[in-house]
Design a binder for this molecule. Structure first.
Ligand code: PEP
Length: 252
């Protein structure tokens, strides 16, 4: 059985002090649920250190929301894998649709970042998902499987086993419009079948695929009990300790 992975993407919210407070409340409320679920908090770069302190001695892991593929260099405004490692991060979100949409991040860049993250010993969460326009044009499979293939290009089996994918339909992110469990499961199943065809049973059976897009305490349990959904990547509902803790509970 795959162990569920629930990660909170705090996006560009929470300066250091409120971030630390939120992390401490999450630690208090999540309690022993972490024994059966991997839980990760991904605050903004400037709050990583503070959240790391709040998570010390707990099983909750720390993640960054993005990174550059180079370890250092003349890349103004960027943060490297080596830099996020110094803050205590063990996870990193890559290829989030907001990075693709607003910062023109390409599949090729996601692939370079993914290789760099693995090289640095980080556990990457790689996001894929179609826009509403692509869904309505019948392009879900082409878009999502194309993103998966491009992201994973050139990785070995042992590297693939360190990755989690997050299927996040763009039309469901931050909109309150969640994919139904059946809609989500259909795409998760397509992804797993394609992993099976390309990499075999070992990778397809082990690789975790999270669902993301307006997950809330009210819909989490039904989504997480789908056969191919292995937890969630949570945006808005991760900014409140009680709702995030309830979502973690739903993955138990
Ligand atoms: C996200 O940012 O990855 C996300 C899924 O956001 P939300 O839960 O707010 O839709």
């Amino acid at each position: 059985m795959r162990r569920p992975l629930v990660a909170g993407n705090w996006k560009m919210y929470k300066t250091a002090e409120p971030a630390e407070e939120l992390a401490r409340s999450i630690v208090a409320q999540v309690g022993r649920d972490c024994e059966v679920v991997d839980v990760v908090l991904c605050p903004p770069f400037t709050s990583l250190q503070a959240v790391h302190e709040a998570l010390a001695g707990t099983p909750i892991a720390l993640g960054a929301q993005n990174m550059h593929w180079e370890n250092e260099g003349a890349f103004t405004g960027e943060i490297s894998p080596a830099m996020i490692l110094t803050t205590g991060c063990t996870y990193v979100i890559l290829g989030h649709s907001e990075r693709r949409q607003y910062f023109a991040e390409t599949d090729e860049q996601v692939n370079r970042k993914l290789k760099a993250a693995l090289g640095a010993g980080l556990s990457p969460i790689v996001c894929v998902g179609e826009t509403l326009q692509q869904r309505e044009a019948g392009q879900i499979e082409a878009v999502v499987l194309g993103q998966v293939q491009a992201a994973l290009q050139g990785l070995s089996e042992s590297e693939l086993l360190k990755i989690a994918l997050a299927y996040e339909p763009v039309w469901a992110i931050g909109t309150g419009r969640t994919a139904t469990p059946a809609q989500a499961e259909e795409v998760h199943s397509l992804i797993r079948t394609s992993l099976h065809q390309q990499y075999g049973e070992g990778v397809a059976g082990a690789l975790r695929i999270q669902y993301g897009g307006s997950v809330k305490p009210e819909n989490a349990a039904e989504l997480f009990t789908q056969k191919n959904i292995d937890g969630g990547l949570i945006g808005g509902a991760a900014l409140k300790a009680d709702s995030f803790a309830a979502i973690v509970k739903a993955a138990c």
